[in-house]
Design a binder for this molecule. Structure first.
Ligand SMILES: [Zn+2]
Length: 71
């Protein structure tokens, strides 16, 4: 998949709305600081809500070549 800049505003950040379900373990140290939770989303089920990526700035659908990754 390759995305191209937004035709309308030139934006280069693409957004996909995603629905997630599942559970995770959130780790906190006894002093209140947050432990490494980088694996937090590993077991979540993720589904794309939109058929296409949109420009984060203006919401326009972004030009794309190739197949959009399905979860
Ligand atoms: Zn845009």
């Amino acid at each position: 998949m390759k995305l191209y800049p937004c035709k309308k505003c030139g934006g280069t950040v693409a957004v996909m709305k995603q629905k997630m379900s599942g559970f995770s373990y959130y780790r906190v140290n006894i002093d209140g600081s947050v432990e490494d939770n980088s694996d937090m989303y590993d077991d979540l089920m993720v589904k794309n809500c939109w058929k296409k990526y949109r420009c984060e700035n203006c919401g326009s659908v972004l030009p794309v070549t190739g197949v959009i990754k399905e979860f």
